[in-house]
Design a binder for this molecule. Structure first.
Ligand code: DCP
Length: 230
């Protein structure tokens, strides 16, 4: 690890000042973001923030994630408002290391998940309008630091298989079509770049392989990732 640490430190010193690096790990549900983050959490000098999914399953004793899957039209805005808050909180928290890697972002929450609820007819227009106003206010008035987006590009079929294996109670009802819709939105956003603002350069890592090969991929991409957008 000492070599990696030296490499990171060298890259991060610019004009005598420490330059911090913020990396978003993006990808479909069950694309392997957590595995990727766990892998890099073993590197010193990297702070890893996983998604606050435990909060989404329990806010003062309520489970907005579960409610959203049961009745997206009624509870979509409830979950997504809370996701937006928890993401903003993460983005603005003080960095404890020169490199931060975080699972997803306030951008994918809006551009992928809120967008999908709306486009699939499951979110009333007024809810979408209110969430959009919130999102635009936040992103226009508050600087959200980001240097690189790592996109774990997986096929919806692979994600579906992994979802079935994982058995998270709320996710049992997710059909393949849902993962296909999320996949398409990710592709339009980060590959075709035809839908929404892409706030940082994108590094694509194919993510359909088994765990062992994925760990190898992460190792191979380590330098590129830790060099940020340079
Ligand atoms: N979710 C949502 N709306 C958001 C963000 C997430 O509905 N804005 C849902 C999708 C999943 C759950 O929250 O059911 C957790 O999402 P992730 O895909 O981010 O987490 P995973 O654990 O599935 O990621 P991975 O398997 O890649 O580690």
């Amino acid at each position: 690890h000492s070599n990696n640490t030296q490499h990171v430190s060298r890259k991060l010193v610019q004009n005598g000042k420490e330059k911090k690096l913020v990396i978003f790990i993006e990808g479909n549900i069950a694309s392997g973001k957590t595995t990727c983050l766990e892998y890099f959490s073993k590197t010193s000098n990297i702070e890893v923030l996983t998604e606050p999914v435990s909060k989404w399953r329990n806010v003062r004793g309520h489970n907005p994630l579960g409610l959203m899957y049961q009745d997206p039209t009624r509870w979509g805005i409830t979950l997504q408002t809370y996701v937006q808050l928890t993401m903003l909180d993460r983005h603005l928290s003080t960095m404890s290391a020169p490199v931060r890697m975080m699972e997803r972002s306030i951008y994918s929450a809006k551009y992928i998940f809120v967008e999908n609820l709306f486009r699939s007819g499951k979110m009333p227009e007024v809810d979408f309008a209110v969430l959009s106003e919130w999102f635009e206010w936040i992103t226009q008035n508050i600087a959200i630091p980001v240097d690189l987006i790592v996109y774990l590009q997986s096929s919806p079929q692979t994600c579906h298989e992994r979802l079935k294996e994982r058995c998270r109670e709320e996710e049992k009802i997710i059909p393949l079509e849902y993962l296909e819709a999320i996949h398409q939105l990710y592709e339009d956003w980060l590959i075709k770049k035809t839908s929404f603002n892409v706030p940082a350069p994108v590094l694509v890592i194919p993510a359909d392989d088994d765990l062992q090969k994925m760990l190898h991929q992460y190792e191979e991409n380590r330098e590129k990732i830790l060099a940020g957008s340079n």
